[in-house]
Design a protein around this ligand. Sequence first.
Ligand SMILES: CSC[C@@H](O)[C@@H](O)C(=O)COP(=O)(O)O
Length: 347
Amino acid sequence: METMSWQGDRLLLLDQQKLPSEIKQINCFDYLAVADAIRTMKVRGAPAIGAAAAFGMVLGAMEFSGGNVSALKKHLEKVAEVLLNTRPTAVNLFWAVKRMQQSMSVHLDETPAAVIKVLEKEAEEIFREDVELNKKIGYFGSKLIPQNAAILTHCNAGSLATAGYGTAIGVIRTAHSDGKQVTVFADETRPLLQGARLTAWELQEDRIPVTLITDSMAGYLMQLGKIDLVIVGADRIAANGDVANKIGTYSLAVLAKAHAIPFYVAAPYSTIDMALTDGSQIVIEERDHEEVRRIGGIMTAPVGIPVFNPAFDVTTARLISAIITDKGVVSAPYQEELKKITGGGSQ
Ligand SMILES: CSC[C@@H](O)[C@@H](O)C(=O)COP(=O)(O)O
C-alpha cells in the first residue's frame, strides 16, 4: 500500500496514525488538510513529509483564483508558511517547499494556470525522485551488510516514511533481496510506537524476518551479542555529520559504541542541511505531553503529571560509523564529503 498518491485534484494519504489496526486512506482536498495531516502525523517520516508538502503547495496554488502570477506567488508564500509551521525538525519539509518555490521562479511571465502545471510536475518529480534516491541508498548500503546480519533499527525509516522503498529499511530491503538472510530487531519507539506499529508491520508485509523489542531491551541484546549492526534514518544532518533522528537514536548510538557495533545512518541528500554547522543548531520538536501520558490513547500515567516530550535527539557525528547516501557511503570527517553530496548548497 502506497504512503501517498497524487490524484490530480487531491492527495490521497495512508493514515499512519491508524496503522496497523486499520488500513485507512484519507483525501486531502486542500493545503490546510495536508498541513493538518503532517502536524498530526497521519503522514510522517522526513522524506514523506517533504513530498506531502510539495503536493500541499500544488493544492494551495489550485485554490488560488483570479489575479496574475505575482498574486499567485504572494498567495503561495502564505501557503508555504502554513506548511512550514507544521513540524520543525525534518529539513526535507523546508527543502521541498523551497524547491517548489524555485521551480516557479523561472515561469513568472506565464499564466497562473501554466505555473500551476509547473508546480504539479515538480511535486510529482520530488515524489518520483525520492523512490529513486532510496533505491540508490539501498544499493550502496547493502554492501555494508554481512550475510546473516542481525540488524537493529529504530522508529520507521521505511516506505511509509518516504515516497516508497525507504532509507534505513531500504538498505535492509536491498540486502534481503540480495539474498543476505538478514533478520531485523525493531525497537517499538515510544511514545508513538512507529517501530511497533509501522516498521514491524511493513517488514512483516514484505516477509522480512522481524522481531519486536521494547526500546529498553536494545542494550541487553547487544550485550548478548545478538546485534551485528544498527541502522537508522535521519530528519536532519548538519554539515559536521551530527544527525537528528527519532528520540532514542542517540542512546542507541552510545550503546553501539560501547559494544563496538557499527552504527549507520541512511538518508538522501535532501536530509543534509549544510546551513547548520553542527547538531546543536537543529530545532528539536516538542510534542503534546499527552503522547507520553498515554499509550494508544489509554492513560498510563497520573493525570497532569509533568512530562518532557522531545520528538527527536541529536547523535554526534563521532558516534556514527558511516552515513549512507544516494551518492555513496561517507565517513568521518563528514564536512567535505557532505558538501560534495549537496553541491555545497544549504536548504
Ligand atoms: C526515512 S525517515 C527518517 C526519519 O524521518 C525517521 O527516522 C523519523 O525519525 C521519523 O519521525 P516521525 O516523528 O515519525 O516523523
